[in-house]
Design a protein around this ligand. Structure first.
Ligand code: ACM
Length: 536
């Protein structure tokens, strides 16, 4: 009996002095836990949310809506400080600037939860951490928030996730949900892949045929490329400018910048279906693409004519007027040179401009578009093919064909976003025994988790040009929101830790432990994550 009492008291002591660390993803920079008696409770009647500044309303609203949706609790918002009040969540914007502008501090005691930051974004990230401190079940009332003290800030300034809405179209309601998922993982950029061979997805008022014609295809390939036929079903959709504005506002309230991508000079079959005169073969029939993997088989390349540049400038002007993002992605990838080789106009231009060949012509094309975008005060981002033939002077490079392009760009003192396909393409299968049609490559969770965005080849000074990294979700085999969630989760969790947490704190077995609670939260939220991510 004495032994039993001794064991029990040791266990109790252990619990009091070594409270378990909460399961947070991404892992914060610094965290200590307090006593269980210092835990905070949230209940319907007493908890109030105080904001020190109206700029914090989006963060407060996010929390209030979350608590309402998943716990059916009503919290009230106040801008009047009440120091005597118990049971209050204080969001306080501090003066000055924290060493990292996205930094926040969070402390929980039985009396209050306090989140401080010098920026509204930092407060928003504190709110995301607070949400993860809540029990992942609506049954546990009142909600207990573990007593912790956290200081936290991101490792990388660019934390991105992409969505291809061309191969398959996703409604505004899902795009918003997707943005919420990024926000909950403390990501701050959403790369919206709006145009490609398989559909043009953004209304351009000056060129209405882009959506009247370019947003629709007459059928889609069946099965894994090269497929077993065509379903013959008309497919498409697009976002009106009003919808685009609504999505931009929604993202801005979550401290997410949307980077629109307008593909050029390749991946333009949808454009050419609408405006064949912009192609090297205007007389040949044109269609919006119906099969994947097309880039050498169909003419999908813009003619580098004055008419094309005027068209692109008009399109980009509308796009830049819509999107407040300082960055515009202009694609630049997989532009097959065979079409310019066969085009007398293109060959003449190569001669006239003293260009070396078609690669020089691609570089000329991108430089020219960059000049226009820069003249409007914005910066271009391009896939790493924009290095070919000479990089445009101010361009940001998105390195997807491995890291080589990113390394070369960083050495040239250009900002780099790492998206190497072997680590960052979430459209690749996440388990070998995948249960639905997926791109044939394999990207298990652990490989995403262990990805290091700063290549060892770079010196510390060059490494500073690695702005961050991004996961990409190409949608050839992702035809609906449930499949998108299945491919995204839980790899998005691994990505968030790569981008946010200190390198020294990354630990896969700790991550796997913490993921268990996160998956219970996804169950609570109705997210259809892959349950087979561990079945490598
Ligand atoms: C790409 O995957 N073509 C950027």
């Amino acid at each position: 009996m004495r032994i039993l009492i001794s064991i029990i008291s040791t266990l109790l002591l252990f619990q009091v002095s070594h409270a378990q660390l909460p399961s947070l993803i991404p892992q914060p920079v610094e965290m200590t836990t307090g006593k269980a008696s210092e835990n905070f409770s949230i209940d319907n009647h007493t908890t109030q949310l105080f904001i020190s500044d109206s700029k914090l309303k989006p963060a407060a609203d996010f929390f209030i809506n979350y608590i309402k949706k998943y716990y059916n609790l009503d919290l009230s918002l106040t801008t009047l400080p009440d120091l005597n009040r118990k049971n209050v969540i204080n969001l306080t914007l501090t003066k000055g600037v924290d060493p990292n502008p996205e930094q926040y501090a969070l402390s929980v005691s039985s009396k209050s939860v306090n989140i401080h930051s010098s920026s509204p974004a930092g407060i928003f990230y504190g709110i995301q951490t607070l949400i993860q401190l809540l029990p992942p079940s609506a049954k546990a009332f009142p909600l207990q928030v573990q007593a912790v003290t956290i200081t936290d800030y991101p490792r990388f300034a660019y934390r991105g996730m992409h969505l291809d809405v061309s191969r398959h179209f996703f409604e505004v309601s899902f795009v918003k949900k997707y943005i919420d998922y990024l926000a909950m993982h403390k990501l701050n950029y959403f790369h919206w892949h709006l145009t490609d061979d398989h559909g043009w997805r953004i209304e351009i008022k000056k060129h209405p045929r882009l959506t009247e014609v370019g947003a629709w295809r007459d059928g889609s390939i069946i099965g894994l490329y090269p497929g077993t036929g065509n379903d013959g079903i008309r497919y498409g959709g697009y976002y009106t400018q009003e919808e685009v504005k609504e999505v931009i506002r929604y993202a801005a309230d979550r401290y997410i910048t949307i980077i629109p991508e307008i593909e050029m000079p390749g991946h333009s079959m949808a454009v050419l279906a609408a405006y064949p005169e912009l192609s090297t073969t205007p007389k040949l029939p044109k269609k919006v693409a119906e099969t994947w993997g097309i880039f050498n088989k169909f003419n999908n390349v813009l003619l580098p004519s004055e008419q094309t540049f005027t068209f692109l400038e008009e399109v980009l002007t509308e796009v830049m007027n819509l999107f407040p993002s300082p960055y515009i992605h202009i694609g630049g990838d997989e532009c097959s040179k065979i079409w310019w080789k066969q085009s007398a106009f293109s060959q003449q231009l190569i001669k006239e401009k003293g260009l070396k060949n078609e690669i020089g012509l691609q570089s000329y094309f991108i430089h020219r578009v960059e000049k226009f975008v820069n003249s409007k005060g914005k910066t271009i981002i391009g896939w790493d093919e924009i290095l070919d033939g000479g990089l445009a002077p101010n361009a940001v490079v998105m390195s997807w064909r491995g890291e080589k392009g990113g390394i070369a760009a960083a050495k040239q003192k250009h900002k780099v976003i790492m998206t190497p396909e072997n680590f960052m393409y979430f459209n690749h299968a996440q388990c070998l025994k995948d249960d639905s049609l997926t791109a044939a490559k394999f990207l298990p969770l652990v490989n995403v988790y262990n990805y290091e965005p700063v290549p060892a080849e770079l010196s510390p000074a060059e490494g500073k040009y690695i702005w961050g990294a991004q996961g990409n979700l190409w949608s050839e085999y992702i035809g609906n929101p449930a499949k998108a969630e299945y491919m995204l989760f839980p790899r998005l969790d691994a990505l968030s830790e790569v981008l946010w947490s200190p390198k020294a704190k990354r630990n896969y077995s700790s991550f796997q432990q913490r993921l268990k609670q996160q998956l219970r939260r996804y169950d609570q939220m109705g997210i259809k994550y892959s349950k087979r991510y561990w079945e490598n």
